[in-house]
Design a binder for this molecule. Structure first.
Ligand code: T1G
Ligand code: NAD
Length: 698
């Protein structure tokens, strides 16, 4: 065991001959906490003072430095040397400095590695500047150094997506100098060998800041930047950070390094002190907190899910099955008859064939993992069965009675119901402890959110398993309790109720939708209804012109699927156009019902759509349906398109001010009435006490 010298609580030095290894050990992800920065700075100084002929910067644990310590951004950390000083100490060191990388070199971690003279990495390592996902930009020279190594087009793509690239891609792109197969030990010896070679062969101390050839290719090329801006406009609508990242790369191309660094520093601080990054940094930790169920021990035994069953191959069943096949878990999907089965499997194959990220070999491999059947007995050896048949309680109860008789002891039985009572479903089985809700969102193979619905008898093992398997299939999981509509749909119902009401008062579908679109949602409630289909649950023979949706259906409007809904859709481009005939139908219906028509302002529309959601969110916390306020935000960001740069409905409400919202809710209760305007006592109490919804735990 090499002799080691402690430099700070998370950094030590070890020597291999004349090579000094400055080793970071700051679990869980070696973030650049103050003591890491101080340790790196002091370690490099000490190594050179003690005559090291080369220095290797390397990390213990599962990863290289995964960035600045985001938890320090709020302030309060002890004063320590800044990252720029650490980087200057590396870049200007009198001896070769090698960065040895495993796991993920991200954000400030990659920016540290870019200040080494050479970089070596294991084949499994990943590299990225994902600050844009925190509403930020790389604030430690990354915007100036990355394009100098990989070129402007790649830097633009990496910094506006936050994508993690592989070692192979990094080597190919000039970001690193060497890739070594093997583990941490292999990495250490390869780095020491490279250090030795650098000394022996007198290799130059290459400072990335001095490289110009790659950025020169884009110097003065405004078209390149204009085209890139155009190519990401749709994807980054409403976000500030992507544009700020582009401006920094423009500076890298057109200005001397230190001038570019000034531009980076100025734009970084603008983002860091702004509401968008505050929301996105809050959201980073909110998503990680959602994984934790306070009363479920970390070592709760999990059900070993080696084989999954899905009942129903309709809109949801097919997508649910794909999630498991995508991670190599065989799935048996059962339909009520061959025709429905063939239709369902046909949709699955088409979705795979249409997906750009799935190769033909993968299509075959994944379809090979999905077995179709019309016999529920084929679920007998499944470890987990997810039911996704029609939303009908009697049907679901009879299904679970059957599954109880078919499935092996210990199998997890889940329902994908959107709103029905999981306890009532569980009660028909002899094993309610094995029953839980797993509420996927459409399209189930795309949407990230999985709302796991804990029944009053669901066992700890079943609860823990749904969270673990959800993460394994790439979902963001939130555990919620049983109530009609759970968390997401329950709040959505409140928004929908006010949207319908405002139509009757004179607002148009287009006006209401544009308010939410401008707020940052991908679409408003009426475009969403057209997408889902206006005729879900509508029966012509029972229709009685009693709601706007019935009248539209009675007038042959089904939504996007027949090109006519609240909007008219261009058959080729699918572009939506407001439809005067619809507005007239609504007005006639409203006047017929005695509703006075008036101008409704955009601000009123926003308040009447979002404040009932906030109020309902508070009620959900009061009833302990959600564990914490931030879970509600995770549900809305991942399941309903709430713009992440506004944090989610709870974070947003706190930023608006709960007292202001309470005032408005009381006003609307007076003027409009309705259960959804009954003020939540928790909301009132937090408004009075200056508390917050986002940090409230129930
Ligand atoms: N700071 C503080 N804590 C962090 C952290 C960070 N950068 N990254 C992760 N954690 C915590 C996380 O909260 C969790 O804690 C635990 O580590 C495991 O994380 C100047 C300004 C590295 C790919 O954006 O993408 O550098 O919940 O559950 O799924 O330019 O974490 O266990 O208590 O996510 O294996 C840029 C952020 C920062 C990378 C690992 N860096 N991290 O994923 O584990 S800004 C990032 C990740 C910056 C500079 C700028 C992922 C990961 P807990 P995890 P994972
Ligand atoms: P769907 O009508 O598209 O599909 C239901 C499928 O179940 C049909 O193919 C039908 O043939 C099959 N089926 C019915 N009875 C069956 C039986 N006894 N045995 C085997 N198969 C049977 O419905 P969907 O939209 O996929 O919804 C399924 C469930 O998922 C519902 O509970 C719904 O509330 C829920 N859900 C739907 C969405 C959505 O956006 N569509 C989102 C989340 C949850």
């Amino acid at each position: 065991m090499a002799e080691s010298t402690t430099v700070s609580e998370s950094v030590r030095i070890e020597r291999e001959g004349d090579v000094a290894l400055v080793i970071v050990d700051n679990p869980p992800v070696n973030a650049l906490s103050w003591h890491v920065r101080q340790g790196l700075f002091d370690g490099i100084a000490r190594a050179t003072d003690e005559g090291a002929t080369a220095i290797v910067v390397i990390c213990d644990g599962r990863t290289f430095i995964a960035g600045a310590d985001i938890s320090e951004f709020g302030g309060g950390a002890p004063q320590a040397v800044g990252l720029q000083e650490v980087q200057a100490a590396m870049e200007d060191a009198p001896v070769p400095v090698i960065a040895a990388i495993h796991g993920t070199a991200l954000g400030g971690g990659l920016e540290v590695a870019l200040c080494a003279h050479y970089r070596v990495a294991v084949a499994s390592a990943k590299f990225g500047l994902p600050e844009v996902n925190l509403g930020l930009l790389p604030g430690a020279g990354g915007t100036q150094r990355l394009p100098r190594l990989v070129g402007v087009p790649k830097a633009l793509e990496m910094m506006t997506t936050g994508r993690h690239i592989s070692s192979a891609e990094a080597l190919d792109g000039g970001l690193i100098d060497e890739v070594v197969d093997g583990d941490a030990a292999a990495l250490r010896s390869a780095a020491v060998a490279l250090a030795g070679r650098a000394v022996a062969e007198g290799l130059p101390l290459l400072r990335v800041r001095d490289r110009d050839e790659k950025v020169a290719e884009a110097r003065g090329d405004d078209q390149l930047f204009a085209d890139f801006r155009k190519s990401i406009a749709r994807r980054t609508r409403g976000f500030l950070a992507p544009e700020y990242n582009i401006q920094c790369i423009e500076a890298a191309a057109n200005l001397p390094f230190d001038e570019g660094l000034k531009v980076e520093g100025k734009l970084f601080m603008e983002l860091m002190t702004g509401p968008q990054s505050a929301a996105q940094r809050y959201y980073f930790f909110a998503e990680r907190a959602a994984n934790k169920i306070p009363d479920i021990a970390k070592d709760t035994p999990l059900i070993d899910v080696q084989k999954v069953g899905v009942l129903g191959a309709g809109t949801m069943g097919g997508g649910i099955a794909m999630n498991f096949a995508n991670v190599g878990i065989p799935v048996t999907i059962v339909e009520r008859d061959q025709e429905a089965l063939d239709r369902g499997l046909g949709v699955v194959r088409k979705n795979y064939e249409r997906s750009r990220s799935t190769t033909p070999e993968q299509v075959q491999e994944r379809m090979g993992l999905i077995t179709g059947s019309t016999d529920k007995a084929d679920f007998a050896d499944c470890d987990m069965v997810i039911e996704a048949v029609f939303e009908d309680m009697d049907l679901k109860r009879s299904i679970f009675r059957e599954l109880d008789g078919i499935c092996k002891p210990g199998a997890l039985l889940a329902s994908n119901t959107s709103a029905l009572d999981i306890n009532e479903i569980a009660a028909v089985t002899s094993r309610p402890e094995s029953v839980i809700g797993m509420h996927f969102f459409s399209p189930a193979n795309v949407m990230k959110l999985l709302e796991n619905v804990r029944g009053e008898k669901s066992s700890d093992s079943v609860v823990a398993t749904t969270m673990a398997i959800g993460k394994k299939i790439g979902k963001v999981c939130v555990m919620v309790g049983v109530c009609p509509g759970f968390v997401g749909n329950r709040m959505l119902f409140m928004r929908g109720a006010e949207a319908e009401r405002m139509l009757l008062e004179g607002a148009t579908p287009a006006q209401i939708d544009s308010v939410l679109y401008e707020f940052g949602f991908p679409m408003g409630p009426f475009s969403m209804m057209d997408l889902a289909g206006l005729d879900i649950g509508w029966k012509e023979e029972e229709s009685s012109s009693s709601t706007i949706r019935e009248i539209l259906c009675e007038n042959g409007r089904r939504g996007q699927k027949n090109g006519r809904g609240y909007y008219t859709y261009d058959p080729a481009s699918r572009a939506a156009t407001p439809d005067r005939e619809v507005e007239q139908l609504i007005q006639d219906f409203a006047v017929g019902k005695g509703h006075e028509q008036r101008e409704v302002s955009d601000q009123e529309i926003l308040e009447r759509l979002l404040y009932p959601m906030v109020n309902e969110g508070a009620k959900i916390l009061e009833e302990k349906i959600a564990i914490r306020g931030s879970d509600i935000d995770v549900v809305w960001v991942n399941g309903y398109g709430w713009p992440v740069y506004r944090g989610g409905p709870m974070h947003w409400a706190d930023s608006v001010g709960l007292a202001e919202i309470v005032d408005k809710i009381e006003g609307y209760r007076e003027s409009l009435g309705g259960a959804h305007w009954e003020l939540s006592p928790l909301l009132e109490q937090l408004a009075e006490s200056g508390g917050q919804l986002q940090t409230h735990t129930s």
